[in-house]
Design a protein around this ligand. Structure first.
Ligand code: CP
Ligand code: NVA
Length: 303
């Protein structure tokens, strides 16, 4: 069997993504019931972080331990990678030691180069372009609260960033509609929009957050400036019309969910009353990173 990488939702079939989500739900249920099976006993996951992280780092670490495995935490700057050893050579060396590699890095090309040269599974823990693990947790969270996501309408308002790119891929893979409102100059990369549309995604763009959110089942946003994208910062006034506040949230369906991958910048992309309010499921999303990623690890490692 070829190596199973988890680089992007577009790189994994809809069927396999559904298998992982079902497995994540089952693993969560079993964990809450006190079951402690160790299918990854003796396996080691190397985690490379070129950017900061709280959720991704802790949930992969705890998830791997719960499955009986271990992790090695590496930061790019402490490795020879930070002294110009190539990604390709690093991939070949790590593949001789560990059973899987998770990487959070800058350019998507670094992830792809690692994947092309590794002989063990590589998992994308966020790049400048995408954040597929986040979307697995988000779809799991939506379905936990509201049932099947297919046929529902999500609205994204704010910056057209890596989380939106994975949401675009998710909309095609999981068959929900996606309304996007971003200011001029903050549009998502066309290749993600094109891929989504070519694969059955129903994507609609608007400059108006009100229009995008109108009658949505789920409202999603993220920080206005992503890590390492500070040079793209547009200023608060540009983004303020895209802030998720109570007034905007009221345009969505009355039982709409509010999602944010966290960390949140309260008072910027979302107000306290929304993120701490009755529509918000942000901490369920954070928890489900653990369960969804355990399913991703199990899928990659055949456990
Ligand atoms: N949502 C998310 O990936 O959080 P961290 O940056 O804390 O890992
Ligand atoms: N878009 C954000 C997500 C953080 C989890 C970033 O890349 O900084």
């Amino acid at each position: 069997m070829s190596v199973r990488h988890f680089t992007d939702l577009s790189a994994v079939s809809a069927g396999d993504l559904r298998i992982m989500l079902d497995d994540a739900v089952a693993r969560k249920t079993r964990l809450k019931a006190g079951e402690r099976s160790k299918p990854l006993d003796g396996k080691v996951l190397a985690m490379i972080f070129d950017k900061p992280s709280t959720r991704t780092r802790v949930s992969f670490d705890v998830g791997m331990r719960q499955l009986g495995g271990e992790t090695i935490m590496l930061t790019g700057t402490e490795m020879q990678l930070g002294r110009s050893e190539t990604i390709a050579d690093t991939a070949k060396v790590l593949s001789r030691y560990v059973d899987a590699i998770m990487i959070r890095t800058t350019s998507h090309d670094r992830l792809l180069e690692l994947t092309e040269n590794a002989t063990v599974p590589v998992i994308n823990g966020l790049t400048d372009d995408t954040h597929p693990c986040q979307l697995m947790a988000d779809i799991m969270t939506y379905e936990e609260h509201r049932g099947p996501v297919a046929g529902k309408t999500f609205a994204w308002t704010g910056d057209g960033n890596n989380v939106l790119h994975s949401l675009l891929e998710a909309s095609a893979r999981f068959r929900f509609s996606l309304n996007v409102a971003v200011p001029e100059g903050s549009e998502p990369f066309e290749k993600y929009v094109d891929w989504s549309k070519a694969n059955g995604g129903k994507v609609r763009f608007s400059r108006s957050a009100e229009e995008a959110v109108d009658q949505a089942d789920c409202v999603v946003t993220d920080s206005w400036v992503s890590m390492g994208q500070e040079h793209r910062a547009r200023g608060h006034n540009v983004f303020l019309p895209y802030q998720v506040n109570a007034e905007l949230m009221a345009k969505a369906k009355s039982d709409a969910l509010f999602m944010h991958c966290l960390p949140a910048h309260r008072g910027e992309e979302v107000t306290d009353e929304v993120i701490d309010g009755p529509h918000s499921v942000v901490f369920d999303e954070a928890e489900n990173r653990l369960h969804a990623q355990k399913a991703v690890l199990a899928w990659c490692l055949g456990a």
